[in-house]
Structure formats: C-alpha cells, structure tokens
Design a protein around this ligand. Structure first.
Ligand SMILES: C[S@@+](CC[C@H](N)C(=O)[O-])C[C@H]1O[C@@H](n2cnc3c(N)ncnc32)[C@H](O)[C@@H]1O
Length: 204
C-alpha cells in the first residue's frame, strides 16, 4: 500500500464553505484533481493507494480526511460509487459529517477527524513508515531507493509551509520528479507510475 498526504492551507474545513466555484473554495479544485490522480486508473479504482487530505482553511482547521475506498462488494451497501464527477460532493459530505472528538467513517473507507498536519505525519513516522517529501530540490525519484509501503507528502499551490517543511525534513527524504514545478495531481500521477513500474519489475 502506498500513501499520499496532500496538505492545503486554504481548503475548506466545513461543508458549508464549499462553493460552486471550486477555485474560489480555498483551491479545493487541486484536492479534487489529487483524489483523481491518486485513486483512479482507467475504468478501475486503485486498491493499493490511501490518500490523506489535510485541510487547514476556514472555518474550523485542521481536518484530516482519509480515503481508502472499499472497492469490492455491492455499491450502496459495502461501498459507495466514486467517479470523477462526484469527488467534490463526497468531500463536501465528509466535511459535513465531521464529529468532534471522533474519527468518523462517513462511507466505507472514508474517514474524517480533526488533526493537524504534523500530527498526521508524526503518527506515521512513529510507526516506522518510510516517508518522502515531494520537493523539486530533492533527490531524483528515479534514483532513490523507495522502501515498501512508502508515503509521499505534497504541498498545495503555494507549496509546503516553511516551518512545517523544516520539521518534515528531519523525518522524511525529499524526492524530486524533475526540475520543473508540476501540479500536485501531476506529481501524484508520476509517482504512482514510478511505483507501478518498480512493482512490475519486482523491485518493490
Ligand atoms: C503546484 S506545486 C507547488 C508550487 C509552489 N510554488 C512550490 O514551489 O512549492 C504543488 C506540490 O507539488 C509537488 N511538486 C511539484 N513539482 C515537483 C517536482 N518537480 N518534484 C517533486 N515534487 C513536486 C510539491 O510537493 C509541491 O508542493
């Protein structure tokens, strides 16, 4: 299982703050593109990816949304129907269903809780997980030794906040997909492909 953590300093933390224009809803459009890049293959959902969305926008930061959709079983009973056009609605419903003091499973494989960005990372680090920060100044992804069940952290349209970035560098290895700055969703697609290829070659 590979994991991605997408951090957004502006994405809304309540369903009521999701507006029709997603670019004006704290750049929720980027989070949605990241969901699609992380969890979808053509005609198939991935069963090897967990995505964490950490939203620190108004009105009630910070929310940690964890998505590892159940892909087997009957739709509407064991799993929900997620497609490219209803991601926004699913995220909005998750935000509405936050329960104070709880990690609430809103749909099978979709959880929401109140938790800070560093706290999310530190919990995974404490479990001895191998964590990588996606950063254009990092080591070349194609040349880095990636351990099993890797976790990759990505920033929003501005990048990762500098204070958190310094702290993260003590726990994670910075890796780059090249010198150009890509969209977060494009970066996820490239990483997914690299991990797929290594698995196909039996290297992971
Ligand atoms: C749109 S970019 C952020 C742009 C921001 N101005 C910056 O310089 O970080 C969103 C995220 O995608 C990832 N990213 C973009 N280009 C990358 C690259 N060449 N290598 C690794 N990660 C990259 C980073 O995690 C970045 O925070």
């Amino acid at each position: 299982m590979r994991e991605f953590i997408y951090y957004s300093r502006t994405a809304p933390t309540s369903g009521g703050y999701v507006k029709q224009d997603l670019m004006k809803s704290g750049r929720l459009d980027i989070a949605i593109h990241s969901v699609i890049a992380a969890l979808f293959l053509s005609h198939k959902m991935r069963d090897d990816v967990k995505l964490h969305l950490v939203f620190a926008g108004a009105p009630d930061p910070t929310k940690h949304l964890e998505l590892q959709p159940v892909v087997e079983g009957k739709t509407g009973v064991d799993k929900i129907y997620l497609n490219k056009s209803n991601v926004e609605n699913i995220i909005k419903r998750m935000l509405y269903k936050h329960k104070p003091g709880e990690k609430n499973e809103v749909f099978p494989g979709y959880w929401i809780e109140k938790k800070g960005f560093l706290e999310v990372v530190k919990e995974l680090y404490a479990k001895d997980r191998n964590i990588y920060i996606l950063d254009d100044k990092g080591q070349d992804l194609r040349e880095v030794n990636i351990e099993k069940n890797p976790i990759f952290i990505l920033g929003d349209h501005i990048g990762l906040p500098s204070k958190e970035f310094k702290r993260l560098k003590q726990m994670c290895t910075p890796v780059s997909i090249g010198k150009k700055t890509y969209f977060a969703s494009h970066t996820i697609a490239v990483v997914n492909n690299e991990i797929d290829r290594r698995e196909e070659r039996g290297e992971l």
